[in-house]
Design a protein around this ligand. Structure first.
Ligand SMILES: Nc1ncnc2c1ncn2[C@@H]1O[C@H](COP(=O)(O)OP(=O)(O)OP(=O)(O)O)[C@@H](O)[C@H]1O
Ligand SMILES: [Mg+2]
Length: 332
């Protein structure tokens, strides 16, 4: 087909609201430009086609929701869950550096095909590390929402708590599942399998799982985006680090990030004029985003149960003091 013929058919597909045909023709037009060695035009068209947040994946790359969820043979427990989220990227407050690094991962994922024309692959084995409550699990949920692809949440408890010898089979089932489509996969809190392989207290079975996981990660050549998270990066075996294309570190929020977080979490309620968010941000230095969220929820609850429709500085002061007492008791 010539360019003109494709464009005519594109218009027809659009007016018939035939989305499949529209994308097929658009891809054909892009390929035609590539064949003419108009690489920049092809790249621009591709970006325009997939510009919206809900990435559309070619039919052969799309995730398949009709594949059965793998289960442990003995217990029958599901080894993973498919979870759908609807979070906006703006709900995630990170340092500019971390936010940029995350966006690069997403852009790489979206640019899969154009990268392939240069014989390149996007980074798709990512390790998230950082203190509890800094947004590792939440970031995976935001990425899944942004790309419009369900999150495959891998349940390590189910994988490991099975009968001896079953764990390797279970891991294989999980990798088989994720190789069978394009998913955002979260191996959450991998510490349980990622602990230093020389740790004397570990059983042979767990060591085998670690080795297995590493091998499967190494051999994985699918297009899914695999994220593993940990809040104990220091106990991870150096061999694990090498397996990942990228390591993203989630830090505690600085003062200006705390201001943004406080504004975000206090949004649901009217605020009295005496509330000074800058001051509260100043006083919450060691707080994680998750701590700030709980503190704001407590303050809002305090206002409501005391029959006030707007929140005052004393509500916030009360929950802040309670929280500080709790933090002082925390040992992690
Ligand atoms: N950077 C952030 N921006 C906005 N909200 C956040 C952020 N980090 C955490 N939160 C909020 O705190 C909640 C808990 O955070 P999350 O579960 O992502 O922490 P985590 O880093 O996975 O911690 P853990 O190591 O304990 O698993 C999230 O659901 C979200 O509401
Ligand atoms: Mg988590």
């Amino acid at each position: 087909m010539t360019t003109n013929e494709i464009i005519k058919k594109l218009f027809i597909a659009f007016s018939k609201k035939d989305e499949e045909e529209f994308y097929r023709l658009a891809e054909e037009l892009i390929n035609l430009e590539k064949r003419k060695k108009h690489n920049i035009v092809a790249k621009e068209l591709k970006e325009a086609l997939y510009a919206t947040s809900n990435i559309r994946i070619n039919s052969n790359r799309r995730f398949k929701t009709d594949v059965p969820i793998p289960r442990d043979n003995d217990t029958g427990f599901p080894l993973l869950e498919l979870r759908r989220y609807n979070h906006a990227w703006e709900e995630l407050i990170l340092s500019t550096k971390t936010d940029y690094a995350l966006k690069q991962i997403v852009l790489g994922f979206k640019s899969h095909e154009i990268l392939a024309t240069y014989n390149l692959k996007p980074k798709n084995k990512i390790l998230f590390c950082g203190m509890p409550g800094t947004g590792k699990t939440f970031s995976a949920q935001v990425i899944s929402s942004y790309l419009g692809i369900p999150l495959v949440y891998v349940n390590f408890e189910a994988i490991i708590s099975s009968y001896l010898g079953e764990t390797a089979t279970n891991l294989k089932k999980v990798f088989d599942f994720i190789s069978n489509g394009v998913w955002i996969v979260l191996f959450d809190e991998v510490d349980i399998i990622g602990k230093n392989r020389d740790d004397q207290h570990e059983t042979g079975e767990i060591k085998r799982v670690v080795n297995n996981f590493l091998q499967m990660l190494d051999n994985f050549e699918g297009d899914s985006l695999i994220i593993a998270s940990t809040n104990h990066p220091h106990i991870l075996d150096p061999a694990i680090w090498r397996r990942f294309d990228e390591v993203i570190n989630f830090e505690l929020p600085d003062r200006s990030e705390r201001v943004s977080l406080l504004k975000l979490y206090l949004k649901p309620i009217k605020k009295e004029k005496d509330i000074n968010i800058e001051l509260i941000a100043e006083e919450t230095e060691e707080f994680s985003p998750s701590d700030l969220k709980s503190m704001c929820r407590d303050a809002i609850t305090h206002a409501i149960i005391n029959e006030r429709e707007s929140i005052t500085i004393s509500d916030l002061r009360y929950s802040l003091d309670r929280f500080k007492e709790r933090l002082a008791l925390r040992t992690d």
